[in-house]
Ligand binder design. Structure first.
Ligand code: ADP
Ligand code: ADP
Length: 236
C-alpha cells in the first residue's frame, strides 16, 4: 500500500523560467528506503524540501500536481504539522546542530524541549535514540568534537527523537569519509527496518543499490527511472 504518493509534481522557483521539478510520479511504501540520485541541479534538494513544504510559494500554489503523505496533501497543511510527520536532515551536520549545546545529550533533547515534551519522557526518548544510533557512548561529549559520521548521527538523532514517520536526508554522507558514510547508511537502514520511511539523496549509486528498496533517478527536473536496484541493473 502506498504511503507517499507524488502525482505529476511540478515546481518552479519564483522568478525563474525553468521547472525545477517537471512531472514527477511515483509511490513510496511505508517503511521502505528510497534513494534519490541525479546531477547537480537535477532537482534533488527541491524534491526533499517539497516533502515538507519548504520550497518557496509551495503553499500558495506555485506548483502543480500533488504530494500526499498518508492522506495529507502537503500543500494543504502547514509546515508545523508537517514537521511532526517528516524530518529533514541536511547535508552538513554543522548546519543542523544548534551550536548552542555543550553535550550530545542536550543537543538531541533541544527539539523536544522546544516542543514542551515533559522532562522524563524527554530523557527516555533521547536515551532510546542514542542507543538505536549507537552514539550513547558520546552522551556527555561536545557534539563538535566528534567525527563527521558521529556528528551526522547526532543530527539524525535530534530528528528521530521527534518521532517522525518519514525522514528525508539530503546528501548526508557527502561530507563524510568512507567509514562515516558507512555508519550513516547502516543507521538509516536500521531505521527503515523499524518502520520509518526513508528518502535519501546520495551521489554513490553503488551504495544506494546496496541499501535501497527503490532508486529515483532525476535529470533536469524529470524522473528518468524509479525502480528497484535489481531492475535498474538488469536493464543497464
Ligand atoms: P540538486 O539538489 O539536484 O542539485 P536543486 O533542487 O538544488 O538540484 O535545483 C534544481 C533547480 O532549481 C536548479 O536549476 C537550480 O538552479 C534551481 N534552484 C534551486 N534553488 C533555487 C532557488 N532558491 N531559487 C531559484 N532557483 C533555484
Ligand atoms: P544542493 O547541493 O543541496 O542542491 P546547492 O549548492 O545546489 O545545494 O544550493 C545551495 C543553495 O542555493 C540552496 O539553498 C538553493 O536553494 C540555492 N540555489 C541553488 N540554485 C539556485 C538558483 N539558481 N538561484 C537561487 N538560489 C539557488
Amino acid at each position: 500500500m502506498a504511503y507517499i504518493k507524488v502525482e505529476n509534481l511540478k515546481y518552479r522557483y519564483p522568478n525563474t523560467t525553468k521547472l525545477a521539478l517537471d512531472g514527477l510520479d511515483f509511490e513510496i511504501e511505508k517503511g521502505s528506503f528510497v534513494g534519490i540520485i541525479g546531477e547537480n541541479g537535477a532537482g534533488k534538494s527541491t524534491l526533499c524540501q517539497a516533502f515538507n513544504g519548504l520550497v518557496p510559494g509551495f503553499f500558495k500554489g506555485a506548483y502543480g500536481g500533488k504530494v500526499l503523505i498518508e492522506d495529507t496533501e502537503v500543500a494543504k497543511t502547514t509546515v508545523s504539522k508537517l514537521c511532526q510527520k517528516v524530518g529533514l536532515v541536511f547535508q552538513n551536520p554543522f548546519n543542523q546542530l544548534s551550536g548552542a549545546k555543550e553535550t550530545v545529550f542536550e543537543e538531541i533533547a533541544f527539539g523536544l524541549q522546544n516542543f514542551g515534551v515533559p522532562k522524563e519522557e524527554m530523557i527516555s526518548r533521547v536515551d532510546e535514540v542514542m542507543e538505536l544510533l549507537d552514539i550513547a557512548a558520546y552522551r556527555d561529549r561536545n557534539p563538535f568534537d566528534l567525527s563527521g559520521g558521529q556528528m551526522q548521527r547526532v543530527a539524525l538523532a535530534g530528528i528521530l527523537a521527534m518521532k517522525p514517520e518519514v525522514i528525508v536526508l539530503d546528501e548526508p554522507t557527502s561530507q563524510l569519509d568512507p567509514a562515516g558514510s558507512e555508519e550513516v547508511f547502516a543507521a538509516v537502514d536500521k531505521l527503515a527496518k523499524s518502520g520509518i520511511t526513508i528518502i535519501m539523496v546520495e551521489q554513490k549509486l553503488e551504495k544506494l543499490a546496496e541499501y535501497c528498496d527503490k532508486i529515483l533517478l532525476l535529470h533536469q527536473g524529470k524522473q528518468i527511472v524509479f525502480d528497484t536496484p535489481e531492475q535498474i541493473f538488469s536493464r543497464a
